[in-house]
Design a protein around this ligand. Structure first.
Ligand code: BGC
Length: 532
């Protein structure tokens, strides 16, 4: 008698897929940002009004190798080709049911909004004054983009600010020179002109911009993310140690005090944008009962000690994870603002008005970094910064970088899929739904990407099955090769290459992504071929 149920069980196991499918309704998509993809078509559609435009064209930056010399106006041309990119490549080519895009602040408001008085709060009257300043064509353009995404049956995720700032908010060269003239621990100067996120006044303008977008575009959008990767903005812009670690985002400075100030202002920016979007997105685009779901998109890095068991490295790795992965999230989910970055929330550091300022967490995960413990902080401004982070390894362009410990991408980033499970655990601790809003690899010949993709998706699948995190979607970075900030076009993250005449050419990884997105599961044959 006992053999029959046993046989039935074996038969059932053989019939069922080896691996659970992703949850019903799981979102599959790609992510792009405006500055990185929009230009490259009609030159009249280039936008010279951002800090990043000035930064990448600046002759001193090019001469000093702060930037590659590649130019954003040679990009893949999403501004002109968005219909095709959305329908043919994202929807049909990748079977996506979601797409993450950003809106360019400088295109909506090419000139200053400072003259619009919002000291009494953002009212309809304020929005109407902003409307008079907004570039109508740009607003219409973004409406069309969002309309097309939805018409292609994809859920739009909209980033309000993906790194670039209007020039009237930030002059990066003036900032670089002013910050370069003071010591890293000195108070950062702000009297050199528009100071970007160093200046608390930027937060007020950001609130106006976010409210305006919600008001104008809310009928097409439910999923909003005010700021892409606040820690990248802060560390990339203000923690540049030439030869050691330098991401060379504008203003390419080394100012620890500036870095802290920027992080604090970005927390405020998340708060005000959260409130503004909830107040002014008056339409429920997908009919699920919520007009807006406003997330926080954070880059999380898996830190490991440079030498396992070596106490300063172990401590450095813990501090790295705290500073990069938790400090910002602690503020905008829990109201715990560790302003002196010492790992302790002092009584004055709990800020009730910041509690719950994100409805979901967008996790961007790329690589594992190593921490080389120093045994003492590099600056009194950040007591837990007591390590040197190793983010990138040797590449042909960085022949003196440390040798890659395992397998690295064209960017010199170490590939480490298991780290995704770890940071998903960190993200889940905030108790909100998680979306993987970016994950991808610089791989010009697409020979590493298939394994990268399958291994990360397998880790994601298993983490969901094990209840590590409530993950609702996965966005691959990126749809097509695009302008990779300071490194330009060399580092290619796209599931599509950009061919002659700006046609998009499918990679093998795109075909693979399509199958997974279509099946909402990883076929066993992919796991067999690429899973280890
Ligand atoms: C950013 C993208 C960038 C990608 C690869 C992310 O940090 O959000 O803009 O292209 O990483 O570096």
């Amino acid at each position: 008698m006992r053999t029959i149920p046993a046989l039935l069980l074996v038969a059932a196991l053989l019939a069922s897929p080896a691996r659970a499918a992703f949850p019903d309704g799981f979102l599959w998509g790609t992510a792009i940002s405006a500055f990185q993809t929009e230009m490259g078509g009609d030159p009249a559609h280039a936008d010279a009004n951002t800090d990043w435009w000035v930064w990448t064209h600046d002759p001193d930056n090019i001469a000093a190798n702060r930037v590659s010399g590649d130019l954003p106006e040679d990009g893949p041309g999403f501004w002109d080709d968005f219909r095709l990119h959305i329908r043919r490549y994202a929807r049909r080519g990748l079977a996506s049911n979601a797409m993450r895009v950003s809106i360019e602040w400088s295109r909506i408001f090419p000139t200053s909004t400072r003259g619009v008085d919002a000291s009494g709060g953002i009212t309809l009257d304020v929005l109407e004054q902003l409307d008079a300043l907004a570039d109508r064509d740009a607003v219409r353009h973004y409406k069309r983009v969002l309309f097309r995404i939805r018409a292609a049956n994809m859920v739009p995720f909209v980033t309000v600010n993906h790194f670039t700032l209007p020039l009237w908010i930030h002059h990066p060269v003036a900032a670089r020179d002013a910050l370069g003239a003071v010591a890293p621990d000195a108070p950062p100067p702000t009297d050199f002109g528009p100071a970007g996120w160093l200046d608390p006044a930027t937060v007020e303008e950001f609130a106006k911009y976010a409210a305006y977008l919600a008001w104008k575009l809310g009928r097409h959008v439910d999923f909003w993310a005010p700021i892409n990767e606040p820690l990248s903005i802060a560390a990339g812009g203000y923690a540049n140690v030439p030869g050691a670690f330098a991401q060379n985002f504008p203003p390419g400075a080394l100012s620890y005090t500036g870095l802290v100030q920027v992080v604090l202002n970005l927390m405020e920016a998340q708060r005000v944008a959260y409130d503004a979007i909830h107040a002014w997105d008056e339409r429920d685009a997908d009919g699920d009962g919520a007009n807006a779901r406003v997330g926080a998109v954070l880059n999380m890095i898996r830190f490991a000690p440079n030498t396992a068991g070596h106490p300063p490295d172990e401590l450095g790795a813990q501090h790295g994870e705290y500073l990069y992965n938790q400090l910002f999230a602690n503020a905008v989910f829990r109201g715990d603002v560790d302003a002196d970055a010492d790992g302790v929330i002092d009584p004055g550091e709990h800020r009730p008005e910041l509690v719950g300022r994100a409805d979901w967490l967008g996790l961007n995960y790329y690589f594992r970094a190593k921490a080389l413990g120093l045994g003492a902080p590099v600056t009194p401004a950040i007591p837990l910064f007591d390590f040197l982070p190793i983010f990138t390894y040797r590449t042909p362009e960085r022949p003196f970088g440390p040798i890659c410990p395992t397998e690295c991408s064209d960017f010199g980033w170490e590939i480490h899929p298991e780290g995704l499970r770890h940071v998903l655990g960190t993200a889940a601790a905030y108790g909100r739904p998680v979306y993987v809003t970016e994950n991808g690899i610089a791989d010009a010949d697409d020979d590493q990407r298939p394994r990268f993709l399958v291994r990360h998706l397998a880790v994601l699948d298993q983490a969901i099955a094990d209840g590590v995190a409530d993950v609702r979607g996965y966005f691959h970075w990126s749809l097509m090769d695009n302008f990779e900030w300071a490194t330009g076009y060399r580092t290619r993250f796209g599931l599509y290459r950009v061919g002659p005449g700006r046609t998009l050419l499918q990679t093998g990884s795109a075909a693979l992504f399509r199958v997974v997105a279509h099946d909402n599961a990883i076929p066993q044959r992919f796991l067999d071929d690429f899973g280890s």
